[in-house]
Each structure stands twice: as C-alpha cells, then as structure tokens.
Ligand binder design. Sequence first.
Ligand code: AP5
Ligand code: MG
Length: 226
Amino acid sequence: MKVYVMVGAPGAGKGTQAAILAERLGLRHLASGDLFREAVRSGTPVGLEAKRYMDRGALVPDPVVIAMIDERLDRSDAAAGVILDGFPRTRPQAESLDAALARRGAQVDAALYVGVPEEELVRRLSGRWICRAAGHPYHDVSRPPRVPGICDIDGSELYQRDDDRPETVRARLAQQLEPMYDVIDHYTTQGVLVAVDGTQSIDDVTQALLRAIAHPARPVNRSEAA
Ligand code: AP5
Ligand code: MG
C-alpha cells in the first residue's frame, strides 16, 4: 500500500494537487476536510461535533479525526494506496497514522509539503469555489471553470466554503500553522519530507511533486547524520 501525505497551510493547494496525483498514480484521494463537510451535510454526530470547530477555524480534536481516518483506511478502495490531504495536522495525528499504517504493514512513503506565503494563501482562499459533488477546487483568477458556476469535471454547482470568509481564514492561519510545523518536523526526522515551491503554477507544482515521488532522496536518519 502506497501512502503519500499532503502537508500545507490552508489554501496551499493540497486538495488541488492531491486530486491530480491520485488520478495520475491510481491512488485514493482521502481528504479529512471533505469527510467532515460530508458528515456536516449528513448531520451525523461526528459532523455536528466537527462543525463547532470548523466554524471557528480551529482544528477538530485529534481522537475524532484519528478514528475517522483509521476507519477509512480499512475500506477496500484504500487497498492500493492513498493520498491523504489535510491529515495528519498535528504531531499526535502523525504518530497515530504511523501506528495505524504499521498495523497494516505500511508506512508513509513521502510527505509532500507545498509551501506558500501567507498573503498568497488569503488571495487563494478568498477567490476559491468548490463543487458540491466532489469538492473539486476552482479559483476566480488562477483556475476559472469553463462555464461559470459549474464544475468542469462532474457538472455540479460551485459554491464558496463557509470557512473561506476573511475572518475565519485569519483564524485558520493563526491556529493551524504552528501544529503544521510539528508535522513537518516529524516527517523531516523520518527522512520522508519533500518540500516544493507552491507559488508556481498548478502544473509546475504537479511536475515537481511527481519528480520528487519518482526519485526520492535517500532517507537520512539521525543516527547516520550524527
Ligand atoms: P480542509 O478542508 O483540509 O482545509 P484546509 O487545510 O484549510 O485547506 P484548504 O482545503 O482550505 O486548502 P487546500 O490546501 O486544499 O487548497 P486548494 O487546493 O483548495 O479542512 C477544513 C477544516 O476541517 C479545518 O479548518 C479543520 O477545522 C477541519 N479539519 C480537517 N482536517 C483536520 C485534521 N486532520 N485535524 C483537525 N481538524 C481538521 O487551493 C486553494 C485555492 O487556490 C483554490 O481556489 C485553487 O484553485 C487555488 N490554487 C491551488 N493551487 C494553485 C497554484 N499553484 N497557483 C494558483 N492558485 C492555486
Ligand atoms: Mg483542501
């Protein structure tokens, strides 16, 4: 089972790239935010709990997220491999994922960090549109749909996410960057972190990620480095 993890700030392009890579590599795209939004729409207990945090731009508590992802990894559509988008977001989540994968004889093959400066994140989130059917992302300026308001891929209606309002975007950035750096540190220590410049065009970011996946640097662990 191949496992890639997308790491990046809100709006960095995790969902955009994960969808493209999943298609190219034949892997399942699993986005924690999409799973929560689906649970909110269906009004499940997990959805009701998650909504309280998402509306404030805060992270959903680790146990809720970990249980949800663990259950999804057991489904048959994840058997060939997954691209995790939006998970893990904290060090305890990263440690739980390592344990969950080890139980299945797998490990994180690469953590793909898409780096984008904060001003650009705000620009990207304020112009973002998402499709109702599958969460395919568009942008007013950088990735407009062929027909305004309609998803190119599945024809469903496009909408703007509640948490893309400017005040919630500011809260997400204020609360979520710090734990993301812990996740980066976790995968750097494991020698599986790949960092790409996320300010390039969508295509160039994809090419950089595919090159990094095809030619992974030999992991250096701490005992070798010492
Ligand atoms: P989630 O849905 O994961 O949101 P996020 O991390 O804030 O990230 P986004 O989906 O907003 O951005 P993205 O990186 O996917 O960017 P995108 O590709 O769309 O999580 C939502 C909430 O759920 C969280 O706030 C939290 O409450 C909760 N949650 C989820 N997972 C959790 C977890 N593990 N633990 C705890 N809580 C959790 O791109 C953005 C825009 O930019 C688009 O318009 C796109 O078209 C455009 N764009 C993309 N790439 C480029 C480019 N290269 N150049 C120009 N424009 C670009
Ligand atoms: Mg996303």
